[in-house]
Design a protein around this ligand. Sequence first.
Ligand SMILES: Nc1ncnc2c1ncn2[C@@H]1O[C@H](COP(=O)(O)OP(=O)(O)OP(=O)(O)O)[C@@H](O)[C@H]1O
Length: 305
Amino acid sequence: MTAALNRLLPDGDLGLAVSGGPDSLALLLLAARTRPGRVRAATVDHGLRPESAGEAAMVAACCAELGVPHDRLTVSVEPGASLQAQAREARYASLGEWAAGHGLAAVATAHHADDQAETLLMRLARGSGVGGLAGIREERALAEGIRLVRPLLGLRKAELVALVDSTGWSAVDDPSNHDPRHDRTQARALLAETPWLEPERLARSAAALADAAEALEAMTAREWAEEVRREREALAYRPSPLREIRRRIAAQAIGELNPNAAVRGPDLDRLIGALDGGSGGTLAGVMVRVAGGEWLFRLAPPRRT
Ligand SMILES: Nc1ncnc2c1ncn2[C@@H]1O[C@H](COP(=O)(O)OP(=O)(O)OP(=O)(O)O)[C@@H](O)[C@H]1O
């Protein structure tokens, strides 16, 4: 983890997202050891379970033992269909604000190789493309000037649990981790009962796909700069012979014209199929037609009610 952390964050103070589960307590122990005096921890209290305030207090006590400053961040989440997704969004937003307020260069979460393997299986089961199969990224932007880093992706959960056990701390057990309705719980069970599915190897595939995704992102950026023209309200693009590149350019063009667009992969594939066949289509409020060998993207006129 030291090598990963030094690579991901050579300088600057590090924030730690510590829920109180075994993974993030291990992150706390390792980071406090690696960067003494240069870490600060936070626990986000979503207020969704009666135990959450007590769990934050437990993390505060562990931090005090190690001399790491700790903050409890409270967020409010409206109960509803996408509770987990809302909680995640609120959590990352509050961690970003917290990091900015304390001048931290990055925030680390405790995602590990088993999380990565589960993510990869879940994404395969959903039919994801290269970007999705890249899994949990080792690094991404969290907020303006602040990185989100995952220095534990190379370590197994069992190693993290053993480390925490050796301190005598007792970690929080989040009941949602055992909920069989979550596809992550099912992926975890499948991995546990299938010896030939080795988490390290799946994590290695995810890392290879992350590299491939990065290369494709760079190619797409170059293609955009060289081949996409703005024509008044429209974007014009002479499609690349490479399907993945023209697919990415189409997604970016739609996002550029309609920043609120949420484009699903299968819908995008259908549109690309139509454009490749010479006909047009509309996706996420953006009309696309083929003219003179080019794809022309423009916002669809508002629908009459
Ligand atoms: N309440 C919390 N407070 C602080 N950090 C948290 C909290 N919940 C999760 N984290 C951080 O995120 C890591 C991953 O947690 P978890 O697997 O529960 O998240 P997730 O819902 O799968 O989110 P993600 O979309 O980031 O994978 C934890 O190890 C920890 O570092």
